[in-house]
Design a protein around this ligand. Structure first.
Ligand code: NAI
Ligand SMILES: CC(C)CCC[C@@H](C)[C@H]1CC[C@H]2[C@@H]3[C@H](O)CC4=CC(=O)CC[C@]4(C)[C@H]3CC[C@]12C
Length: 466
């Protein structure tokens, strides 16, 4: 997802609400504004053209009788969806029918990493399920062209190309936001980035987000943490159907889990800090297990690898090793719900962690992937034959050595390395209902829906180049 259309680049200044008015029903804004670096915005003359395009698109969709974008939760309402929980908690009570009235739209959300795999789902989920949204700021190092299509609805979508490691860029984007959902991160367990870079983005970037909230008076911060904060640990202890209170020796050496753990601690410790204007910061952290669904890069890699191997994949991990997985739409939904409920339930939810969970079955990493890749023509070769562990360990070690040797010349970063082998080979599953108890979470997508959507997305890749 690279940056496109540089002609849209312009400087932009967000009017920032005075801190005391942040949650006022009228949503008044004060005049203090900060320049925002490299912001893509909608220029006035383009609005008419975009409205026309949107009208044309809707006509076309109606003609097709289906408003669903392939594989996305965004456009069509889920038939199975439960009613939106938590309406009216940040402002006055809101009735479902009032959702599109300009009067009820007064909240400004910022999603960092909003163009990533999870971030894009969070952005679309917010547009679909937060009727009080007036502006949605999408902050990312690389902006996706798909953002353009969102700019014609009732919510002002502001795309901000920025870097979380740059405190001034973060502060400018945060100023005036009511809620920050911080999903940006460097997800690297393959040795693509240096440990320093991983810390810079995941830890310093998170510090910058927290400080920006404090300085600008933003009160609600939701952080995307990870199961990796807990385990699997370096001793490869299994975590079997554990919950947020299950004792576990969380000892790590790899930069990714270490950085996520440090960042999560910073976020939780910031809960209760006084923000500009005198009110207090309310934070919490969500810990997804392995996320899957539309846009999942590793699933894409496995699919293309399977095609290259003539439709076969070789079992590498014993079927008995269970791996926690959760559908991206449900992870996004949890983020939206938490954001909606944080104010009303600050005392209960502030400083808390929640595992992300849904009805996805407990399976080994490969058997789980086959739920989607199987219906798309791939098969796991004779399930009694397992690549021996010693051979995998040897290959993983060789890969690590090659990566080190080749580093001065090229980046060699295959999926298999000693760390990924250890993670894939260690049981880590969660069984909890904390999110349901604390903020009424129920998965928005059933396992059947999640599976169908993911299969549809994999099928849509058929024939596409790896
Ligand atoms: N993918 C998974 O299975 C899991 C992911 N997570 C967490 O969820 C979050 C999102 O992960 P994914 O969507 O999978 O990753 P992703 O790589 O698809 O998305 C991360 C986004 O952050 C942006 N980003 C990276 N560095 C940045 C910077 N310096 N400034 C601004 N933006 C930057 C990237 O451009 C990208 O769009 C991460 O914090 C990750 O640690 C947690 C558990 C599991
Ligand atoms: C043939 C190999 C042995 C199979 C390799 C599979 C691995 C690439 C993946 C197995 C488990 C994955 C990780 C897990 O889902 C937990 C994660 C949480 C995060 O926060 C980031 C991603 C990840 C570390 C994920 C990465 C890929 C695996 C190691």
């Amino acid at each position: 997802m690279g940056m496109r259309s540089p002609h849209l680049l312009h400087l932009y200044s967000h009017p920032a609400p005075s801190p005391s008015s942040l949650l006022e029903p009228e949503g008044r804004v004060a005049t203090r504004g900060r320049p925002v670096a490299r912001v893509w915005g909608m220029q006035g003359w383009r609005l008419g053209w975009c409205l026309f395009l949107e009208w044309a698109r809707r006509e076309e969709e109606q003609a097709e009788g289906d408003g669903v974008l392939a594989g996305w939760p965004g456009r069509a309402r889920e038939k199975t969806a439960p009613p939106v929980v938590g309406l009216g908690t940040l402002g006055p009570g809101l009735q479902p029918g009032m959702a599109d009235s300009a009067e009820t739209r007064k909240l400004v959300y910022l999603v960092t990493g909003g163009c990533g795999f999870l971030g894009e789902h969070v952005v679309r989920m917010l547009l679909q399920r937060e009727p009080r949204l007036s502006e949605l700021r999408v902050f990312d190092l690389h902006l996706g062209a798909w953002l353009e299509e969102l700019k014609t609805g009732p919510v002002q979508v502001t795309a901000i190309q920025g870097d979380v490691t740059q405190a001034h860029e973060v502060a400018a984007a945060v100023a005036g936001a009511h809620v920050v959902i911080h999903t940006a991160g460097l997800v690297d367990v393959f040795g693509r980035a240096s440990p320093e870079t991983i810390y810079e983005v995941n830890v310093q970037g998170t510090k910058n987000v927290i400080e920006a909230c404090v300085q600008t008076g933003t009160r609600f911060l939701v952080y995307t943490s990870s199961m990796e904060v807990v385990g699997p640990n370096i001793k490869r202890h299994p975590f079997y159907r554990g919950n947020e209170d299950t004792p576990y020796e969380a000892i790590h050496r790899h930069p990714y889990p270490c950085s996520k753990a440090q960042a999560e601690r910073l976020v939780l410790e910031a809960n209760g800090r006084e923000v500009h204007g005198g009110l207090s910061l309310v934070t919490c952290a969500l810990r997804p297990t392995g996320i899957y669904g539309e846009g999942h890069q590793i699933m894409r890699d496995f699919y293309h690898q399977g095609l290259r191997l003539g439709g076969r994949l070789f079992r590498a991990i014993p079927a008995s090793v269970e791996h926690g997985r959760v559908y991206v739409g449900n992870v996004a939904w949890m983020h939206v719900l938490v954001a909606q409920e944080l104010e009303q339930r600050a005392a209960l939810m502030g400083g808390q962690v929640y595992y992300c969970y849904d009805e996805s079955p407990y399976k080994s990493y490969e058997d789980f992937n086959m739920e989607f890749l199987g219906p798309c023509g791939l098969r796991l070769v004779d399930t009694r034959l397992l690549v021996p562990y010693w051979l995998l360990m040897l290959l993983a070690t060789l890969n690590a050595l090659l990566q080190w040797l080749l580093r001065p010349l090229l980046l060699y970063a295959p999926l298999l390395n000693p760390y990924t082998l250890a993670v894939a080979n260690t049981t880590f599953t969660v069984s909890t209902n904390k999110a349901q108890r604390h903020f009424g979470y129920k998965p928005l997508f059933s396992w059947e829906d999640s599976r169908t959507r993911t299969i549809r997305w994999v099928k849509a890749m058929e024939g596409s180049a790896p």
